[in-house]
Unconditional design. Structure first.
Lengths: 343, 535
């Protein structure tokens, strides 16, 4: 396939995303306003009286009519200004730039761990149904879905940090004795590697281990399950029988034909799992004091910090648009039969 | 702040040198803590400027540790271990001395002549005036708190000469001097602030929000909101005894279970504000300070807007039905002080005081039978989800107990963001729990906020003409005035007879320490790191 139709297709998909983003902006604006609670009362402080609440309301621009507030917000947004978070006291864009990489680093690491365990496990379970591998797969899957992440997190801390003392203090992204590497991507592992500071890199990697494993245990289940099912159905299909009858080697049949065909549903699952892993982050972030975007959004929501909630929703929407695009592109790589023309 | 401190400078700050840093963890806690300690807390520091609207309570500690006030409070031994601030003793901080005029309307402060801001400039009366002007002008909480001490207008503050600062009062009040020792009226470097002020922001709220400019015991070396704040000692501090610890790292750890694991392992030296349950269970393992919060009471409030609660017998029936001891154990795990089963006769003016009520279902039923609602009624009891750790067990116990005297309670859980509006501003919750605590530790101050009609914490819509008069006349009266004690006793008598608020217990602030000592409780319920030292 030539690169220009693909490029055009990508551009078309990006254009398609624009109404979605506009919709998200409008809905997130309305929904935050519909939240019960009065941010002016909250931010005026504990001992505030009527007058100081009113002062706070004016300072926050909440005394204006809703439609005017929306246009002020939309105007700022067009200039790239996501507004000022009241609870953190900093621009929302800065907060997101600091916290989104933390969440993504955690989620992606968890993802890498989950995929590298779940996919081989699923394949093995499918090729050896009824054996101990299959049972192990089933056990892991059941445990992964049924154990809530905050519980797994606390258990892991209890065992590996509190009892065995092998894990570092669950104090966030870096122990206090290290300094965060200079901000390039916001991913500590990458930034430390760029700076060539391997001591900090190792410090960040150690901190990442337990929360990533916690999250991986949770995401592992659907991936392993889906790999197993997709492999089973691929292995029982006609073209595999043909391939075997033609005397192709076992490895070629398994990985060249069955696995490649099984990949499509697995990739679809990955996209879904990634999105709910970002959601499940919140609990892991709380337990491991991880300064990520999930805990930021929850705190903002609790205090009705409009700008921060809207910024979070918008960032997530953009992230999902990008994610879906990436997955669609991945489809065409995996299966040449799927072209962009078809969509 | 983070931009100003380069990685290299920060590492240089360590006396041990950068090469030793990564090995600190492998040393025993005491060695690690000789110049650095780590404190974990569940709260978020969201600003370095207390005067800004939206600044969280946890941020007040920056005002305490990084700024000086004119005066401070003394220190005393605390109930529950450790130390506490002493409301009755006012000590100098930036002021060297002060005097009050005959009529009590003029306060004259002499500033310490060797006090310097971090940038090396001398602290002058102009700085004090600018800072006070700011506190009364920015509105919101700082202005409300200043008003409690009778400080409302910039023209009340006069910088007479470089080291002399004068406050003119409209009326003499015993609350003025203590109000100068609360975190709000701290002194900022006005020259630095003005250099960074703009026409829209004359008080440099934007600048000081991220860059403190003070003269206090600690500077902020690093601040990452949502993660950590690092204090670095100011070796030129003259506001009090030089702190023992060079660097204090405040780490935010939202999960109480994680905080507990950290303090038990000794990887952090202090866990600030731990739950009552953890405090009760950690007592044998680490040092736990559970200091009853002064002038603070957890109350059950029957709202007078709800018709059956206008009947005094119904309120008394509730007061006798409440299972105080069970609540104290289940909600507070025995931390704090119980407030039931005291003498009816009021002989002193200590507040909070034990009420004359105790759990006695027969008495409760008697009162219920005497009331106009002998047949019982339905009521909704509201609690805040943010405060569920103590409100939920309390509400369940109250629900069960009131069921026995025919009051059918339904529990309504209100999200934290709505709670304040519902309970304090609209005052619309029929039966609810409330936990006001006054910063200024006098009973009249508590009554001013919690029992006067229309005032914020009077969530029961209570109004009593005599209380109104007693609070107004005693609020500014010196406590050694012969009329003061009788007025206060009368106030107690009425409030405990009429029961618009049924005191349950006095809560505690719990702090666990592992390897440090010198912790001091403050009414603002934030950590003062200045007196902390390695044990």
């Amino acid at each position: 396939m030539a690169s220009s139709p693909r490029l055009r297709a990508v551009l078309f998909r990006v254009l398609q995303a624009i109404p979605v983003v506009i919709g998200v902006v409008v809905i997130s604006f309305l929904l935050t306003r519909a939240l019960p609670g009065d941010p002016a009362v909250y931010f005026a402080g504990v001992a505030a009286d009527e007058a100081s609440i009113e002062q706070t309301r004016v300072a926050m621009g909440l005394d204006k009519p809703l439609i005017q507030q929306f246009f002020v917000y939309a105007g700022d947004l067009l200039r790239g200004d996501l507004g000022q978070s009241l609870s953190s006291g900093r621009p929302v864009a800065t907060d997101l730039a600091n916290r989104l990489p933390a969440s993504l680093e955690l989620t992606l690491s968890a993802f890498v761990i989950a995929i590298s365990i779940a996919v081989p496990l699923g394949v093995l379970a499918a090729t050896r149904p009824g054996t101990w591998v299959d049972h192990l797969c089933r056990l892991l899957v059941t445990a992964g879905v049924s154990l809530p992440t905050f519980f797994t997190g606390i258990v892991l801390i209890y065992v590996f940090y509190y009892h065995l003392g092998v894990a570092p203090s669950p104090l966030g992204r870096l122990d206090f004795i290290y300094l965060s590497p200079d901000h390039v991507t916001g991913f500590y592992l990458i930034d430390a590697a760029i700076a060539g500071d391997w001591e900090t890199w190792w410090g960040a990697a150690k901190q990442l281990m337990l929360p990533a494993v916690t999250l991986a245990l949770f995401t592992l289940a659907p991936i392993a399950r889906m790999t197993r099912a997709a492999m089973l159905s691929a292995l029982s299909s006609d073209f595999i029988r043909t391939a075997r009858a033609a005397g192709l080697s076992n490895g070629r049949v398994l990985y060249g034909y069955a696995f490649r065909n099984a990949l499509l549903p697995v990739v679809t699952t990955l996209g879904m799992v990634f999105s709910f892993a970002l959601g499940a982050n919140v609990l892991v972030e709380k337990v491991f004091a991880w300064p990520g975007i999930g805990s930021y959004a929850v705190e903002a929501l609790v205090v009705s910090d409009y700008a921060a909630v809207q910024g979070f929703v918008l960032a997530m929407a953009l992230l999902f648009v990008a994610l879906n695009l990436a997955i669609d592109l991945l489809y065409t790589v995996i299966d040449p039969r799927i072209g962009f023309e078809a969509q | 702040m983070t931009d100003a401190t380069s990685r290299r400078d920060f590492l240089k700050m360590s006396m041990a040198g950068a090469s030793v840093l990564p090995f600190l963890r492998s040393l025993p806690a005491s060695a690690a803590g000789s110049d650095t300690i780590v404190v974990v807390t569940g709260q978020t520091i969201n600003s370095l400027d207390l005067h800004r609207s939206g600044t969280s309570r946890a941020s007040y500690q920056v005002g305490v540790n990084c700024y000086d006030r004119l005066v401070s409070f003394g220190t005393k031994e605390a109930i529950g271990g450790g130390f506490s601030y002493d409301y009755t003793v006012i000590e100098p901080e930036l002021a060297d001395s002060w005097e009050e005029s005959e009529d009590g309307l003029t306060l004259t402060f002499k500033l310490k002549s060797n006090a310097k801001f971090w940038d090396g400039r001398k602290v002058t009366a102009e700085d004090v005036k600018w800072s006070f002007d700011r506190a009364v002008s920015v509105g919101g909480f700082p202005s409300v708190q200043m008003k409690a001490g009778g400080l409302v207008r910039p023209d009340q503050f006069i910088a007479q000469d470089e080291e002399t600062f004068i406050i003119k009062l409209d009326r003499a009040s015993k609350l003025t001097l203590p109000d100068l020792a609360v975190p709000v009226p701290y002194i900022m470097n006005s020259v630095e602030a003005k250099a960074n002020a703009t026409a829209e922001d004359p008080w440099a709220l934007e600048y000081l929000h991220k860059t403190p400019a003070g003269s206090g015991a600690y500077k902020v070396a690093r601040w990452q909101p949502g993660e950590q704040l690092v204090y670095e000692r100011n070796d030129d501090w003259v506001g009090g005894p030089m702190p023992a610890i060079k660097r204090v790292v405040i780490r935010e750890v939202p999960s109480p279970a994680t905080r507990r694991a950290l303090i038990e392992r000794g990887d952090v030296q202090m866990a600030f504000g731990i739950p009552d349950k953890d405090a009760a269970e950690l007592v044998d393992k680490v040092d736990v300070f559970s200091t009853p919060v002064e002038n603070c009471i957890h109350c059950l409030c029957p709202n007078f807007a709800f018709e059956p609660f206008q009947d005094p017998d119904v309120r008394k029936a509730i007061a006798y039905a409440v299972p105080y001891e069970d609540i104290f154990q289940a909600a507070a795990y025995g931390r704090g002080l119980p407030l039931y089963g005291g003498e009816t006769e009021i002989t002193d003016i200590a507040w909070p005081r034990k009420t004359q009520y105790y759990t006695d279902l027969d008495k409760a039923k008697e009162h219920m039978a005497k009331s106009a609602h002998a047949g019982g009624f339905d009521v909704t009891m509201s609690i805040s989800l943010d405060l569920a750790s103590w409100m939920e067990p309390t509400a369940l116990l109250v629900q069960e107990a009131l069921g026995k005297i025919g009051i059918n309670v339904t529990i309504d859980k209100i999200p934290g963001a709505n709670w304040r509006t519902a309970v304090l501003v609209e005052k619309r919750l029929d039966l609810h729990l409330e936990n006001f605590g006054g910063w200024l530790n006098t009973p009249d101050y508590y009554f001013f906020w919690a029992y006067k009609d229309g005032h914020l914490f009077n969530s029961s819509n209570y109004r009593n003409e005599e209380i109104e008069e007693l609070v107004d006349s005693s609020l500014h009266m010196p406590m050694d005035d012969p009329e003061y004690a009788p007025k206060i006793k009368r106030m107690f008598e009425i409030a405990l007879e009429e029961l618009p608020r049924i005191p349950l217990y006095q809560p505690a602030l719990n702090v666990a320490a592992n390897g440090v000592e010198g912790y001091e409780f403050w009414f603002h319920r934030q950590l003062d790191v200045r007196p902390v030292k390695v044990s």
